[in-house]
Design a protein around this ligand. Sequence first.
Ligand SMILES: C[S@@+](CC[C@H](N)C(=O)[O-])C[C@H]1O[C@@H](n2cnc3c(N)ncnc32)[C@H](O)[C@@H]1O
Length: 223
Amino acid sequence: MLNYNLLIKNDNRLELHLPDAEKLSPIYADFCTPSFKYRLAKGGGRRQPLARAIGLKQNATPLVFDATAGLGRDGFILAALGCQVIMCEQSPIIHALLEDGLRRALQDPELEATARRIVLYCGNSQEILPQIGLSQRPDVVYLDPMFPHRHKSALVKKEMRALRAVVGDDLGSADLLETSLKESGRRVVCKRPAQAIFLSGPSPNFAITTPKHRFDVYLILRC
Ligand SMILES: C[S@@+](CC[C@H](N)C(=O)[O-])C[C@H]1O[C@@H](n2cnc3c(N)ncnc32)[C@H](O)[C@@H]1O
């Protein structure tokens, strides 16, 4: 009976196994699966909601700071669309899983070019983003904080429940939004569940909605 978190290297992949009592499958970052490659190929390209929220114009390759990298899916999709992506993850355990997923992506000829557009940091974006901004201000800061779900609803994906079991809820999201608005060059995008209220702070300029999610877009006007 496993009653603690365990990082295991399984078939060349780093996996986090959670205590049996959580009844959750292991979590890992894997960009090399057929289903994720299908998502990259058929996800709608630069017309998909995530790309429109980021403001991806034809041929543009903005620098995106993914301040809440998690298992890296959204950031990897943006890199596949041509963005330069700086990912930052505060949890050393989730960072280790993500680093391992990116390492394997670099060894996959179909994904190598995308993985090369990604740089990964471990730490709190509140501290790392202002440091990065000193040398290269990101065009876009992307936020996807954990949303506090009170119930273990079947609607909340098992993977998200596992992630929450490791990192807890994000309680500093409003502060992170404030820092992002200061540090971003053109816009801040915050992914929220479709029915969620805005993060506290200024209201977004507009939102792009999907059946499950909403991307709140904050435009930066600098003189
Ligand atoms: C919902 S997940 C992000 C999922 C990610 N967008 C994806 O596509 O896989 C949120 C992650 O943000 C991380 N996080 C929250 N606040 C952070 C901060 N201030 N700095 C760095 N990471 C943070 C959490 O540890 C968690 O792993």
